[in-house]
Design a protein around this ligand. Structure first.
Ligand SMILES: Cc1cc2nc3c(=O)[nH]c(=O)nc-3n(C[C@H](O)[C@H](O)[C@H](O)COP(=O)(O)OP(=O)(O)OC[C@H]3O[C@@H](n4cnc5c(N)ncnc54)[C@H](O)[C@@H]3O)c2cc1C
Length: 376
């Protein structure tokens, strides 16, 4: 069957691109190898989808070309997606730091996108596995064949393979001559050794890796470190990198550790759970006045700049996103079209554009999806 556009992948970006193109009157086919659409949307934000952020700016993203994503984010802003959500009377709230979540369920966002596809008369084929693309975008897949002059790759990244994540789009783009920026798991926990006895403890800390730093909650798990501070850090962490933890970002230790007859334990008792205090300050029972300046400085340094070299991330099985992907240098930022293969478009996470934790990745899916949907 002939279509104007074929979109591969009925996730966040693919649904948005298909609906946008369909509503322009184009005949659109959306192919999804799962038995249903948007499985990642359904599990996002703990089932409530952090569907955007009140301020999504280019600096909230990692991309080899720092300017690539600027146009799409301006062309379809967070406020436009919020208007759509409001049009569907989906109730939402700001949790913190501009992060918008559904009050009830991520199902509502998926339902809204599917309805937009319905309005655009998009044909959706589920279970469309084993997709083969030949010349002039003639596609064969389990259960059918189709041809279109425009093909949109929206097959996402590699995170959570159990719900159907594949590198289909990146492999196909490479076959067409596109460069792939090495992919890695991001927005994910980091594995570390020697802290499992502290498992379950959560603490607001400052974490630094390279030039990046963040003050947020960090959770110690039996495998290593997690929580928002670490997930955010993982976007910038590469194997071999050392991370530095300031356990008391809001405390001036020079003022706290002044001449005193108190023990470290009593000076720090309100700052840490007991298990963490014993781990970080084994000298806790010593009285400050009886300890040398050198030893006090060592303790201060440990609390301000605790060094950990994680062995790896927790991998794609746990990662919220895949950093890296199709290099944007050969993609037109105003249309999402390939500069190498006319008619081929890329949207969402398949590209080397990765947002920070906080609704930015969905906003990229919506923005890039709309730009491609308007351009095909
Ligand atoms: C647990 C979890 C929680 C998250 N929470 C949030 C959040 O709250 N806020 C936020 O902004 N981001 C969140 N993310 C990230 C966000 O879900 C993704 O960045 C976003 O879904 C990317 O959209 P996409 O359309 O590019 O890819 P996807 O949504 O992954 O869609 C890709 C689609 O392509 C299909 N596909 C893949 N390979 C093939 C193939 N070979 N043939 C046919 N179809 C194929 C897949 O089945 C899928 O339906 C979360 C991710 C995870 C894993």
């Amino acid at each position: 069957m002939n279509y104007d556009v074929i979109v591969i992948g009925a996730g966040a970006a693919g649904l948005m691109a298909a609906a946008t193109a369909g509503k322009r009157g184009l005949k659109v086919l959306l192919l999804e190898h799962n038995k249903s659409a948007g499985r990642k949307i359904l599990i996002s934000g703990g089932g409530r989808a952090n569907f955007t952020n009140l301020s999504a700016t280019p600096k909230d993203y990692l991309c080899s070309d720092r300017n690539f994503h600027r146009f799409a984010l301006k062309e379809y802003r967070e406020k436009e997606f919020i208007s759509l959500v409001e049009k569907y009377k989906i109730k939402y709230h700001e949790k913190k730091l501009g992060q918008l979540f559904c009050d009830v369920s991520a199902k509502e966002i998926l339902g809204m996108l599917l309805n937009e596809c319905k309005i655009g008369k998009v044909d959706i084929v589920y279970g469309a596995s084993n997709i083969k693309v030949s010349e002039n975008f003639h596609l064969s897949f389990r259960g059918g064949e189709a041809t279109a002059p425009k093909l949109v790759l929206a097959s996402g990244g590699l995170s959570i393979p159990t719900i159907g994540a594949t590198d289909f789009g990146q492999v196909l783009a490479k076959a067409y001559g596109h460069k792939i920026i090495p992919m890695r798991a991001a927005l994910v926990g980091l594995k570390t050794e020697g802290m499992s006895s502290l498992s379950g403890i959560s603490q607001v800390v400052e974490v630094k890796v390279g030039k990046f730093k963040v003050v947020e909650d960090m959770l110690i798990t039996h495998k290593g470190l997690s929580g928002p501070a670490i997930l955010k850090t993982s976007l910038y962490w590469q194997k071999g990198d050392l991370i530095k933890i300031n356990w008391l970002p809001d405390t001036n230790l020079d003022e706290l550790f002044v001449q005193s007859k108190k023990t470290f334990a009593s000076l720090l008792k309100d700052k840490f759970p007991q298990r963490l205090l014993e781990f970080l300050v084994p000298e806790q029972k010593k009285v400050l006045n009886e300890v040398s300046k050198k030893e006090i400085n060592k303790i201060k340094e440990r609390l301000r700049s605790y060094e950990v070299t994680p062995s790896s991330t927790e991998g794609y099985r746990k990662a919220e996103v895949t950093a890296g992907g199709i290099d944007t240098k050969d993609v037109d930022q105003k249309t999402m079209e390939s500069k190498l293969v006319p008619g081929l478009f890329f949207v969402g996470e398949v590209l080397d554009v990765t947002g920070q934790l906080g609704g930015y990745n969905f906003q990229w899916a919506w923005s890039s999806g709309v730009v491609a949907g308007r351009s095909v």
